[in-house]
Design a protein around this ligand. Structure first.
Ligand SMILES: Nc1ncnc2c1ncn2[C@@H]1O[C@H](COP(=O)(O)OP(=O)(O)OP(=O)(O)O)[C@@H](O)[C@H]1O
Ligand SMILES: [Mg+2]
Length: 304
């Protein structure tokens, strides 16, 4: 009969606190080789967080930066697919797990790489009545392991693709020794702006996480054959950006971007001259300017 938490006096002799402290120390040692850490978030689902993460990673890798990506969406992991590394066999050695390596040498870790088959959801075992209650804790442990037990090596940038909602920002902020900034993604509908404004308030004002800026995705439609751009929503004027957050870019809807995600090749790599490609490039430039100016004290001379 497994012990339940209320049956345990102290920690039941398992030294849980010691194990967590040791793993936190490993995490700090592992991330000592990482220059910048940036999270991509949104209070809203399906607005393009994973697409923005994929293309930000591609932008920086194209500039010669060494980039790693953590798929922090444990229940709906999509980055292995978007980087074309699904089915990659993870290699474990005494130093930890080697991340999968995608286009331009981008290093990726995702729950998807640990799941046995396509349809398998993440299921935590435990007393049924408590599994739901513990889900958030289990997810936090998984994220801690992604950060501490993966052999990231030296990185110029580690990106974290967060699941929808704002709660994970607190987890990430608590786990990481330093979070250099967050990129917030929205679509320009009032419904999305309304929800995203709340997540900005939480991240910036309550959790004191620096916001690099806001990406407005799907602002217009790009005809993939003629490259004509048709507005979808009236874009929000820069003066109306939620809570005065800087605008990093307006990315039009381009059906080739959805196709690129499905094919496992970041859109930027093949369509850098298109309207969406240029908007993504500008977004990347603005994130780079933020990191290298606001955090220039921590910049390493090896960054191109
Ligand atoms: N600008 C765009 N043009 C065309 N397709 C896009 C664009 N942005 C995102 N998509 C597509 O929309 C879908 C949702 O995008 P994505 O998975 O990046 O959103 P998300 O915010 O990460 O979702 P979730 O909240 O589920 O994590 C994907 O199929 C993606 O390829
Ligand atoms: Mg996603």
């Amino acid at each position: 009969m497994p012990k339940r938490y209320r049956d345990i006096v102290g920690d039941g002799g398992s030294n849980v606190a010691g194990q967590v402290a040791a793993q936190t120390a490993r995490l700090h040692a592992r991330l000592a080789g990482v220059q910048y850490t940036v999270a991509v978030m949104s209070g809203k689902g399906g607005v393009g967080k994973s697409t923005v993460t994929t293309n930000l990673a591609a932008f920086f890798a194209m500039q010669g930066w060494r980039v790693g990506v953590v798929d922090a969406d444990i229940n709906g992991p999509s980055l292995a697919k978007m980087f074309g590394v699904r089915g990659h066999q993870l290699v474990l050695d005494p130093n930890g797990v080697m991340p999968a390596v995608g286009p331009l040498g981008i290093r990726i870790i995702s729950m998807d790489l640990f799941l046995a088959d396509d349809k398998a959801p993440v299921v935590w075992s435990g007393p049924q009545a408590e599994t739901f209650v513990w889900r958030g804790t289990m997810e936090m442990h998984t994220l801690r392991e992604f950060l501490s037990d993966v052999q990231w090596g030296e990185l110029d940038l580690l990106l974290l693709d967060l699941p929808p909602g704002s709660d994970r920002v607190a987890t990430i902020r608590d786990l990481l020794p330093h979070l250099h900034g967050t990129v917030v993604v929205t679509i320009p509908s009032a419904v999305s702006q309304f929800v995203v404004t709340k997540s900005i308030t939480l991240a910036r004002d309550l959790l004191h996480t620096p916001i690099i800026g806001l990406v407005e995705n799907m602002t217009a439609y790009v005809c993939p054959t003629c490259e004509d751009v048709h507005p979808l929503f009236g874009p929000t004027s820069t003066a109306e950006m939620p809570l005065g957050v800087p605008l990093l870019g307006r990315i039009p809807f381009d059906p080739r971007m959805a196709a690129a995600g499905d094919a496992g090749t970041p859109y930027m790599l093949e369509h850098h001259a298109s309207a969406a490609g240029q908007a993504l490039f500008q977004m990347g430039e603005r994130v780079r300017a933020f990191l290298t100016t606001v955090h220039q004290d921590t910049a390493r001379s090896t960054i191109p």
